[in-house]
Each structure stands twice: as C-alpha cells, then as structure tokens.
Design a protein around this ligand. Structure first.
Ligand code: ZN
Ligand code: ZN
Length: 455
C-alpha cells in the first residue's frame, strides 16, 4: 500500500487557477491546469513551485481557461508531461489557447503587463501535439505499463466537458470538474456515474452552493422572460446585446434565440455572433453527437458576422437597424467585442444589454448593470468614459453549473469515504461543509495543503 495524496496547486477553495495534484502508486497526476480569471501576469498561474518533480500527465476536464489556460506554461517547465482530454476538448483547447496568446499580446501592449504573453503560439502547438484525445467512458493508462486507469464521463457543462475517474487496486477518485445536472438548450445534463467499483474520494465543484434553489427560476421560464424583454427592445427599434463567454454560453444563447425566432416568440431580425464564439460553434457542429439527442443545432451560417468592432463606423452601422448581437466577453472585460459594442449602444435609450452569466463584482459588466442614467463608464482601455443613457440593462440566469440540491444528490449517490469541496466562493464552500452530512471525511484544502486520502 502506498500513500495516496491530493494537493491543490491552484484553485482549491476558490474559483481560480484550477490545478490539483493527485499522487497514486508513485504516479504524479495533475487534474486541470488553469489560469485565475481575476489575476494578471504570472500571478494568475498555479503555484508550479509546489511541484518538486515533473508530473507524469495532466488530465483536462474541459476547455474553459480556468481549467486549461496554464497547460502551455506547465509544459514549458516540464516538457516531458503529456496531456489527456476528450476529443472535442482537444479541439476547443487549441482555439481557446491560441486566442489567449492573442489576448495576452494585446494586454502587453495596451496595459504594459510585462509578463504577457505567458506563452507563444508555438508553445500552444507543442501542447496540442502532446495532448491525446480520448473517447468518453474509455479507460486508458496515463503512462506505459501504469496500473492506474483513467476515464472521462459526460459532465453536462459545455461541449466536451468531463468528470474524471481515476482508479487502481487501492483507491478510486472521482473529480467532477464543472458539472450541470439539468438539460440546457444544447447540452444534456451529466450522466450519473455507473460503475462497479465504489468511489473512495469525491472531489466536487461548489460554484452555486450559496444560491438558494427557491430563488433559482427554471430554464424555460427564464427563456420566456428573455423573449419578452428582447421583443420589447426590438419593437422600440433598438438592438439587443447579449455578452457571452465564448465557450458554452455563446452557442447555447444563439440556439435559444434561433428557437424563439422560429417559434415566433421574438421578431425575425438579424442575429450576429462574434469571432471566437463562431470558431467554437464549428466544433459544436463537428461533435453534435455529444449534444442532447433532441437538440437542434442551427447552422452557423444563420448567424451573421459582426465585423471589426474596434472600427467605430462598423459598430454604428450594426446598430442602425434592430438586431440581436451575441458577443464575447461574458463579463464585458474592457476592450473586448461586447465592451466595444456597448460603448456605442449606451449613448442611446432604445437599445438593451442583457447579461446571461456570472458577473464578478469587479467586472465592467457588473458596473454597467448597476449604473444609473447619466453615470460615466469606461469601456476601452486608455479611452475616456462614456455617459450611460441606455436604461434597459437586465440580467438572466442561464447557469451551466449544478444547483446545490444536485450537488448534495451526487454525494448521496456516490457515497464516498472522502469528499473534497473545490471551485466555489468561500460562502459556497462553507455551505457545503455545514450542510453535507454522511459517513465521510470532509476537506477543503488551501493551495499547497496536502490531504492524505489513504496510507
Ligand atoms: Zn467551466
Ligand atoms: Zn470552472
């Protein structure tokens, strides 16, 4: 028997640079390797100094940057490490990581962040060459002749997203990654784990644990509220901007809009989609077999291109006639397409800006949502603020994360000996600690704190 340990290298009891080391049978595995969404430069990376030796492999749960954005930095330091992900995730990582290089390059120039870019397009190509795409539910060994078996299980969060099961004779660990238990427009809810071996350790995300389910409205109900609000703006001759994350929320919202249009619930105006969201949409098309069986994925050609929004005249032309624009970034980071379009929109009353995902209190999106008419808001780095005249600022709840009763249900279903809570604000982690009861040990280790799961 060898000691089985689990150590957060990043993330842990916060939504940060998710990266967890799991040592089993002398094999050093990393689960995810992301970049902190709120920290800049090298500060945003996991604490690689905690890794005394090169990890044998890094296993990536899905393509969001807080889960895979630091893989190129890891492989620069440890070129012998290999990477595993599901087949759609490998293609999504390729797009997301190359986009990160471009974004970091822009930030280096516009904001003088010296560390950027943390890696180059060449480093990303190296990662993709060393990343193996694996089918769901297929067991593989991380290194040659290893007794450890790994498999990916449908997590219901975004295309390609997987929970990861790792096992050998001695210990079985199930890492949920980001999960959603209920159906979205395109993604079906997670597939419950069906296996014979019992799970010793469950590592579970806690994103929405602090949200009271009584206050969470249903998906269909929220869709109809969205339809009513969109219709009201369009009828006034305005345009609706829906800021969205490039992976997941963009493809989901575009298809909700297409369905509402074909059902006659919102007017048939042009719908626009921005660059990275379109690139990921193509991957959704290639792997449509992983979407909900009864989901209809509209052809990408149905959505028009936005064009170069950094050119003011392009955005002004776009806003001349009523339309719906789905653009990144979801939290409206300054100088991104959604911010550049909003910069023109807020000057007029008739438009609407509808947020549909998580907004960090420090983000421009959050500030704009809570702005009053006449407030000054800055949309572009290094440019003067703009006076907000637009009144129609709304927020909708289309989460891709499991509600807390589903998280509790998952623990009851799996019946583990150890539960590790991760990926949540302190309030959420605290709720899980106080409200999840059973015959298991509970942990929420900080970065660098090692939990001994078995000796
Ligand atoms: Zn995610
Ligand atoms: Zn995440």
């Amino acid at each position: 028997m060898s000691t089985v340990t689990f150590t957060p290298i990043g993330g842990g009891a916060e939504i940060g640079a998710n990266c967890y080391q799991f040592n089993l049978d002398g094999c050093r595995l990393l689960l995810d390797c992301g970049i902190h969404p709120k920290k800049e430069g090298r500060e945003g990376l996991p604490e690689f100094s905690l890794l005394r030796e090169a990890p044998d492999a890094v296993v990536v749960s899905h393509g969001h940057i807080d889960h895979c954005g630091a893989v190129p930095s890891l492989m620069k330091e440890f070129p012998s490490t290999v990477c595993y992900a599901t087949k759609p995730t490998v293609q999504i990582m390729d797009r997301m990581l190359h986009n990160s290089v471009s974004v970091m390059g822009t930030l280096a120039v516009e904001r003088g962040i010296r560390d950027y870019p943390l890696y180059t397009h060449g480093d990303v190509d190296f990662v993709i060459r060393r990343t193996y795409g694996v089918n769901f539910e297929h067991e593989f060994a991380p290194v040659w002749e290893s007794p450890i078996r790994i498999s990916f299980h449908h997590a219901g969060h975004v295309l390609g997203s997987a929970s990861i099961l790792l096992r050998n004779e001695q210990h079985t660990l199930f890492y949920t990654g980001d999960i959603c238990a209920t159906n979205q427009e395109l993604m079906g809810g997670l597939t419950p784990l069906n296996h014979n071996a019992s799970v010793d350790t469950l590592v579970i995300e806690s994103t929405r644990a602090a949200n009271d389910p009584a206050e969470v409205v249903g998906f269909e109900q929220e869709t109809y509220r969205f339809a009513d609000e969109v219709t009201a703006v369009l009828k006034r001759g305005g345009t609706v901007l829906v800021p969205c994350f490039a992976l997941g929320r963009s493809q989901e919202m575009l298809n909700i809009i297409a369905r509402l249009q074909s059902d006659g619930l919102i007017p048939d105006v042009p719908v626009y989609a921005s660059g990275l969201g379109r690139a990921i949409y193509e991957i959704y098309g290639k792997f449509a077999q992983y979407l909900r069986p009864d989901a209809t994925l509209s052809p990408l050609r149905q959505f028009q291109r936005i064009g170069d929004v950094w050119e003011r005249s392009v955005t002004r032309d776009l806003l001349k006639r009523p339309g719906i624009i789905v653009a990144t970034s979801g939290m409206m980071v300054e100088s991104t397409p959604s911010a550049m379009i909003a910069l023109e929109m807020v000057r007029e009353k008739r438009h609407g800006i509808f947020f549909v995902g998580y907004l960090d209190p420090d983000s421009l999106g959050y500030k704009l949502l809570h702005a009053k008419t006449g407030d000054d808001v800055t949309f572009e780095w290094g440019s003067p603020p703009v006076k907000v005249r637009l009144e129609n600022l709304r927020r909708f709840n289309f989460s891709a994360h499991a509600a807390r009763n589903d998280l509790v249900g998952l623990i009851d279903h799996i019946k583990p000996k150890n539960v590790v809570f991760m990926h949540g604000d302190p309030e959420a982690i605290e709720w899980m600690h106080s409200n999840c009861h059973g015959a298991f040990r509970k942990f929420s280790p900080a970065i660098g704190e090692t939990v001994v799961l078995e000796t």
